[in-house]
Design a protein around this ligand. Structure first.
Ligand code: BEZ
Length: 211
C-alpha cells in the first residue's frame, strides 16, 4: 500500500550509519525528510547525498531533520561516505538507513519493480511534527533531485500550516501568497493587516504574513 498524503508516517526500527533508531522517536517534534536512493557507489546518488550534506544547515534552520535510505549495508554506507566526502567536498552529517531486508522500502512502497527490479527508487517523504506525511515525490534512477525545490516546499508547508494562505506556482519564500478560499474578503482583511488584493473573487493575494 502506498503511503498517501495525510497518513501517519509508518514507524519502524532500523540500523543506520549513526546507530539503531526507532523512527518516530528519532523524528522528535520537528519536521523530517526521509529520502531513498537506489544504490551505494553510484554517481547520481553520490551527488545527491553530497548536496544534502552541504544543505544540512538550511534544513536545521527549518527544524527539519534529514535521513537517507538504500538497501545496502551499514558497512557499505560507511565506505561510500568516504567517497562522497572526498568527491563532493563535504562531510555527510546525517544518518543513512541500511535497509538490507527492504523492510522500510516495503512499508513506504519505495521499490517500483517496473522501474528498478529490487532497488529503491528516488522517493521523498516530508513528514510534519504531527508525524503526518505532507509531501511525497518519486523520481527515477537517472534523474537526480533538486534539493532547492525540496527546501522551497518545506518553506511552503511550514507557512501554510500556520497561516491561512497557499503558495502560487514557482513561489519562493518572501513572495506574495494566495488567500485561502475558505476566508471571506472581510475575514481576510482582518487576518492580513497588510491588505489583500482581489483579482477575481476566487483569486486573492496578500503579502507573506510571517515576513
Ligand atoms: C546513480 O545514482 O547514478 C544510479 C543509480 C541506479 C541506477 C542508475 C543510476
Amino acid at each position: 500500500m502506498a503511503v498517501k498524503l495525510g497518513d501517519t508516517a509508518p514507524n519502524f526500527k532500523a540500523l543506520t550509519t549513526e546507530g539503531e533508531i526507532e523512527f518516530h522517536e528519532w523524528m522528535g517534534n520537528g519536521w523530517t525528510i526521509l529520502f531513498s536512493h537506489p544504490k551505494d557507489f553510484t554517481p547520481v546518488c553520490t551527488t545527491e547525498l553530497g548536496i544534502v550534506a552541504k544543505m544540512k544547515s538550511d534544513f536545521d534552520k527549518r527544524n527539519c531533520k534529514v535521513i537517507a535510505l538504500s538497501v545496502d549495508s551499514v558497512e557499505d554506507h560507511k565506505s561510500w561516505i568516504k567517497d562522497i566526502n572526498e568527491t563532493q567536498g563535504t562531510t555527510v552529517n546525517y544518518p543513512i538507513i541500511a535497509d538490507t531486508d527492504r523492510k522500510v522500502a516495503d512499508l513506504y512502497d519505495m521499490i517500483h519493480p517496473n522501474a528498478l527490479n529490487t532497488l529503491t527508487v528516488r522517493s521523498v517523504f516530508i513528514i510534519g511534527p504531527d508525524k503526518k506525511v505532507k509531501l511525497t515525490l518519486t523520481y527515477p534512477a537517472a534523474t537526480g533531485r533538486n534539493f532547492d525545490e525540496i527546501l522551497r516546499v518545506v518553506d511552503s508547508l511550514q507557512l501554510t500550516a500556520d497561516h491561512m494562505v497557499a503558495t502560487p506556482a514557482n513561489w519562493q519564500d518572501g513572495d506574495t501568497c494566495i488567500v485561502v478560499p475558505s476566508l471571506t474578503d472581510d475575514e481576510a482583511r482582518a487576518k492580513f493587516p497588510k491588505g489583500i488584493e482581489v483579482i477575481k473573487p476566487y483569486l486573492r493575494t496578500t503579502a507573506q504574513p510571517n515576513r
